[in-house]
Write a new protein. Structure first.
Length: 240
């Protein structure tokens, strides 16, 4: 279980990288450090990772570019490290598909809690091959022009092609389809999607819903599937 979990820490600052590798290693994970994108790719070629802890601000190929590479080529969990106050970096990281982010300077206990939360969500998602085998008997829930596979934790468009989503995005969609025609506040969505691992109120929920709308809505600028209820939250309209 935990001892089999492989984490890669990508940070160009040797002291920070060493500190994170040591701390996570003492927490029971198998951890390796990478100083840049080339080192990350080399480690991944040797051993697949379960999660990558990725610094954004690095010389050369930065963390956002590496996150795009990871999301396009792997199903690895991505937790991004951002400079304090760099909201733009956090927004872009979530848009790319990062599972979580945490600001520097890093609180190690919070970092560990967030990593464990991401890993718990990822473990509920079966491998792609297994998901493909289960699709004929899967529970497919319509959501806009797409269908959400509750068993395989995947989203498919109208042509049956898989639409890439993160574990957090799946949790949000699942919360909506299980509570149709009901207004859900941001607090409730965070509880449902994060199993209460996050703070009780987090505006990043708006960023993730905006990203989901681009995948499930015919016109994301005029959402009809997941609507905003001003001052209250969001509501999923199944028949939209």
């Amino acid at each position: 279980m935990v001892e089999q979990t492989h984490i890669i820490v990508v940070d160009d600052e040797p002291e920070i990288r060493s500190m994170l590798v040591d701390y996570l290693g003492h927490a029971g994970f198998s951890v390796r450090g990478a100083e840049n994108g080339a080192a990350l790719r080399r480690i991944l070629a040797e051993q697949p990772a379960d999660l990558v802890l990725l610094d954004i601000n690095m010389p050369g190929e930065d963390g956002l570019s590496l996150a795009r590479f990871l999301r396009a080529n792997t199903e690895v969990g991505i937790v991004m490290l951002t400079a304090a106050g760099e909201v733009v970096d956090r927004v872009v990281g979530l848009e790319i598909g990062a599972d979580d982010y945490i600001a520097k300077p890093v609180d190690l206990r919070e970092l560990l809690a967030r990593i464990r939360a991401v890993l718990r969500r990822l473990r509920t998602r079966p491998p792609a091959a297994a998901a493909a085998a289960e699709t004929p008997a899967a529970r497919l829930m319509p959501i806009g022009a797409c269908k959400l596979d509750l068993d395989a934790h995947r989203l498919y468009d109208g042509d049956g092609q898989e639409v890439p989503i993160t574990s957090m995005e799946f949790d949000l969609l699942k919360a909506f389809v299980e509570h149709p025609n009901r207004v859900l506040s941001r607090d409730q969505l965070l509880d449902l999607a994060h199993n209460k691992d996050w703070e009780p109120f987090d505006r990043s929920i708006d960023i993730r819903i905006a990203r989901l709308r681009r995948k499930i809505e015919a016109d994301p600028s005029k959402p009809q599937v997941v609507k905003t209820v001003r001052g209250a939250g969001y509501i999923f309209v199944p028949k939209a």
